[in-house]
Design a protein around this ligand. Structure first.
Ligand SMILES: [Zn+2]
Length: 253
């Protein structure tokens, strides 16, 4: 089993050195689960030697474009390619209820000769916000994190916690720095992939390096950082982290 970081950059990463933080989990039989599908997925898949043909299962953590903006590419490409089955799409119920109406219907609602809905393109696997789903006998628990607090409405994202062999893996997806909420997952995990921005002007919607560096050493030393902006990276290894994930980096699990 391997985890391929198709990209490890932030939403507005520009240039050919990195892509959106979308991850491909590949098993020994070459079954693939794509964890988030951003708007540059066609480029990042191509660079890693894959294409839409390989994408049979997709998990979406939330509806920002760097996580869900590539679904039009995958949906339309697979629908009109007879080699492809309809991809499975795993997502929490709240995200599933708005994905079509708020994000996809504009570009995908009308196809030649017919009207379409989300079931035209994907097999939907709707998950409770504290639920889980199975893929290739692996159980993925959803971890609800706080991403954007709009005062009246909160946009959550759903991280993933799962076990492969002796590895207990926690992928935060986009999240504010929220130690009290995530402490138990940080404690249980043997390897953590943590959203981390590095910008001088800190945003309120991501975990910043300057916050993460205050975590205890026993957490930092199992933590890989991703989702960062272009620019000079802080000395993560010196500060006790595993490091910053590079674009294309592969983790054997
Ligand atoms: Zn986001």
């Amino acid at each position: 089993m391997k985890l391929v970081f198709l990209g490890s950059g932030s939403a507005f990463t520009v240039g050919s050195n990195n892509f959106h933080s979308n991850i491909l989990l590949v098993d020994e039989l070459n079954n693939n689960l794509l964890i988030d599908c951003g708007s540059d997925i066609r480029f990042s898949l191509h660079k890693a030697g894959y294409s839409y043909v390989d994408i049979t299962d997709i998990y979406i953590s939330h509806l920002h474009c760097d996580h869900a903006g590539g679904l039009e590419y995958i949906g339309l490409s697979t629908l009109f390619d007879e080699k492809c089955d309809k991809p499975n799409l795993y997502l929490s119920k709240d995200i599933g209820s708005t994905l079509w109406s708020n994000s996809l219907s504009g570009g995908m609602g009308i196809i030649e000769g017919d009207l379409a809905d989300i079931n035209t393109f994907f097999r939907i696997n709707s998950i409770d916000s504290d639920g889980s789903f199975l893929w290739q006998q692996i159980k993925f628990d959803l971890v609800k994190v706080i991403h954007v607090d709009g005062k009246y409405l909160v946009m959550p994202s759903y991280g993933l916690f799962f076990k492969i062999g002796e590895n207990q893996i926690f992928i935060t997806t986009d999240t504010k720095f929220c130690f009290s909420l995530l402490e138990k997952y940080y404690a249980q995990a043997t390897i953590i992939f943590q959203d981390c921005e590095i910008s001088i002007n800190k945003t309120p919607v991501h975990s910043h390096y300057n916050e993460l560096v205050t975590l205890p050493d026993h957490i930092k030393n199992k933590m890989w950082l991703y989702g960062y902006q272009p620019g000079t990276l802080p000395p993560a290894k010196k500060d006790g982290f595993q490091g910053f994930v590079e674009c294309g980096q592969i983790f054997e699990l």
